[in-house]
Design a protein around this ligand. Structure first.
Ligand code: SAM
Length: 528
C-alpha cells in the first residue's frame, strides 16, 4: 500500500476501520497510544473495498513495513491464499464446527476464510502482537464479523477457551520460532505440558511444537484441526513430541508435505507441512502426500493411506511421505560404518576464532581448525597441512591446568571476551564452562554440508578439528587408510545434491543423519 509507509500510519488506518465502539485490549491501547484514526476517506474507502474483495491489504502492508528479520523472530509470516483455501476446505469436509480458533491469527486470514465457510461458528483469534491484533480487528469490522469474534491478545500457550457445546476447529499457521529465542520458563512449561500427556519433550523444540501441545490441552475429544508448519519436525529428534501426540491423543489424520521447491512463504525458506488431526479419534491409517505445487493441494482430499503401525514405528516420517528407492544389494547405509557429527558450535566465531585479538595466547590453546567450507573445497582430496587453517581458542574447562604464564594471558583474553558478550550466547551459557568451546576429536574424513553443490569429502591427514560448517565422519570400528581413501573417493564420485534436502531456494543441506543414510558399498567391496 503506497500511502502507508510506517507502523504508525498502519495503526491509524486500522483504528479508522475498527471504529470507536470496539474495546481494545490494554496491549493494543498501549501500542496505539498517541495515534489517532486516519482521516483520509480515500484511503479508508480503498482499503475497505480491497478487504471486501477478499484481499488483505493491511497484512500485506505490515509485511512490507516491518523488516522480515524482525518478523521472523516472532514467527510472523503470513499464509498465501491457496494454502488457506485448501486447509479450510479440508475442515469443511469434516463438518461444521461451533467455534473456530485461529492460533497465532496475524491479520486473520484463516479466521476470515473459516468465518465465510462456517457462518454460524463463533470466531476466536489468538494473537500475541497487539499491532497484528488491530489489523485483525479492522478486517473483521469491515467484513461485519466483529460481533461473532473474540480476540485474545496474548500468548496462545496461556490462552483459555470457555467450554461450549459442539466442536471446535483449531486452524492456523503457528509461529516458527526456534528454541534459541524461547526462554527457559516457556521451555519448562512445554516440558511439563508434554509430560502430562506422557510424551517426550525436548528443549530444542520450536514454538510451533508448543502450539500443538497447547492445542492438545485446550481441545476436547471430537474437536479437529489443521495447522501448517515447517516440516523439519517429521525427522528431527525434537519433533518426537509432535509425532507421538499425533500417533496418540491428537489423532493424526493426514499429512501433506510441500516439496521444498514450492516455497510456500514469500520470506522464509522453510519446507511446509500441513497436518490434519481429529482429537481423540485417530483413524487406523495416516493419509500422506508429497505436494509439488500449491495448485495441487486440492483441498487436501487425496493421499496414500499408511497404517499408523508403520508410521509410529518409523524413525523419520519424511520417508513415509515420500519413500525413496530400496537399498541395492551389496550396499549399506554409511551410518552402519561411520558416525557423522556436526562440528562444534563456538557460540561467537568473532571471539573464538583466533586473530589479532588472540595475540599473546599460548600455542597450546590455539587449535588448527576447519572454520570455512572453503578450507575443504580448496583442499581437494586431502587436507595435509594445517598451516593454512585458522586457529580456534579451545580452553580446558579447568583453567588451573595451565601454567602461570599461560593462565595470565588466558585471563586477559577472557576479560576481553566477556566484554564482547561471549559468555552470554546461548551456547556459552549451556556448556560446562562458558570459555571452553570443546572441539570434537579430529575426524579422519570431513565433509561440507551446505552449498549449491554436492558436499566435498576430504581426508583429514593433519588432524584438523572442525566447527559447525563441516561434518566429521568417524568410523565405528578401526578403518585403515586405504579403506578410508576408497570411501572418500566413492563418496566424492557418487553423492550428488539430490541426496540431501533441498531447501526452498535451491540450497542443499545435508544433516548428519542424512549423510548417515547415504548408501555406500560394503567396506570389503570398496577396496578392489
Ligand atoms: C506464521 S504467523 C501466521 C499469521 C496468520 N495466521 C497467517 O497465517 O497469515 C504466526 C503469528 O503468530 C503470532 N505469535 C507469535 N508468538 C505467539 C504466541 N506465543 N501466541 C500467540 N501468537 C503468537 C505472530 O505474531 C504471528 O502473527
Amino acid at each position: 500500500m503506497r500511502n502507508i509507509t510506517n507502523e504508525r500510519e498502519l495503526i491509524a488506518l486500522a483504528l479508522a476501520l475498527i471504529g470507536s465502539t470496539t474495546k481494545l485490549s490494554s496491549e493494543e491501547r498501549q501500542t496505539r497510544k498517541g495515534i489517532r484514526p486516519t482521516k483520509s476517506e480515500r484511503l479508508i474507502e480503498a482499503t475497505r473495498k480491497a478487504i471486501q474483495a477478499g484481499d488483505d491489504p493491511l497484512g500485506q502492508a505490515f509485511a512490507e513495513i516491518r523488516p522480515s528479520e524482525i518478523r521472523r523472530e516472532k514467527g510472523a509470516t503470513y499464509t498465501p491464499a491457496p494454502i488457506i483455501t485448501s486447509m479450510t476446505t479440508w475442515a469443511a469436509a469434516e463438518g461444521a464446527p461451533a467455534r473456530v480458533v485461529d492460533a497465532g491469527a496475524g491479520s486473520g486470514r484463516f479466521l476470515i476464510a473459516a468465518a465465510r465457510l462456517f457462518p454460524k461458528a463463533k470466531l476466536i483469534g489468538v494473537e500475541f502482537d497487539p499491532l497484528a491484533a488491530m489489523l485483525l480487528r479492522a478486517n473483521l469490522a469491515v467484513l461485519g464479523l466483529a460481533k461473532r469474534a473474540t480476540i485474545i491478545v496474548g500468548d496462545y500457550r496461556q490462552a483459555e477457551l470457555p467450554r461450549i457445546k459442539g466442536k471446535t476447529l483449531f486452524i492456523g499457521n503457528p509461529p516458527y520460532v526456534r528454541h534459541h529465542l524461547i526462554n527457559e520458563a516457556d521451555k519448562n512449561w512445554f516440558a511439563d505440558a508434554a509430560a502430562s500427556f506422557g510424551v517426550r519433550a525436548s528443549k530444542l523444540a520450536g514454538l510451533h511444537i508448543h502450539f500443538f501441545v497447547r492445542t492438545m490441552q485446550l481441545a476436547r475429544p471430537g474437536d479437529f484441526g489443521v495447522f501448517i508448519t515447517s516440516a523439519e519436525w517429521l525427522d528431527v529428534n525434537y519433533g518426537a513430541t509432535l509425532r507421538q501426540l499425533l500417533a496418540d491423543g491428537l489423532g493424526g489424520v493426514a499429512l501433506h508435505v510441500l516439496e521444498p521447491s514450492v516455497m510456500p512463504f514469500a520470506d522464509a525458506t522453510t519446507t511446509g507441512a500441513i497436518t490434519c488431526f481429529r482429537v481423540g479419534e485417530r483413524p487406523d491409517n495416516l493419509c500422506v502426500r508429497s505436494v509439488e505445487s500449491l495448485d495441487r493441494l486440492n483441498g487436501l482430499s487425496t493421499g496414500t493411506m499408511v497404517s499408523w503401525d508403520t508410521v509410529s514405528n518409523a524413525k523419520r516420517w519424511s520417508t513415509i511421505v515420500k519413500p525413496g528407492p530400496a537399498v541395492p544389494p551389496g550396499y549399506i547405509e554409511l551410518g552402519e560404518i561411520c558416525r557423522v557429527h556436526r562440528g562444534q558450535v563456538t557460540g561467537n566465531n568473532s571471539v573464538w576464532i583466533a586473530g589479532e585479538h588472540t595475540k599473546g595466547l599460548p600455542e597450546e590453546v590455539l587449535t588448527p581448525t576447519v572454520t570455512k567450507a572453503r578450507d575443504l573445497l580448496s583442499a581437494g582430496e586431502r587436507l595435509s597441512d594445517h598451516q593454512q587453517l585458522r586457529r580456534v581458542v579451545d580452553l580446558p574447562t579447568d583453567l588451573e591446568q595451565l601454567d602461570d604464564a599461560a593462565l595470565s594471558e588466558v585471563k586477559k583474553f577472557l576479560r576481553w571476551a566477556k566484554q564482547q558478550g561471549a559468555d552470554q550466547s546461548y551456547i556459552a551459557r549451556h556448556r560446562r564452562a562458558w570459555w571452553s568451546v570443546g572441539l570434537k576429536d579430529p575426524a579422519p574424513l570431513l565433509c561440507t554440508y551446505m552449498a549449491r553443490r554436492p558436499p566435498a569429502f576430504v581426508r583429514n591427514l593433519c588432524d584438523a578439528r572442525h566447527i559447525n560448517i563441516a561434518h566429521g565422519l568417524y568410523p565405528r570400528e578401526t578403518m585403515d587408510d586405504i579403506t578410508l581413501d576408497a570411501l572418500a573417493a566413492w563418496l566424492r564420485d557418487n553423492v550428488g545434491v539430490e541426496s540431501g534436502r533441498t531447501y526452498a531456494g535451491g540450497l542443499t543441506k545435508f544433516e548428519p543423519k542424512e549423510i548417515e543414510r547415504i548408501w555406500v558399498p560394503r567396506p570389503d567391496q570398496l577396496v578392489v
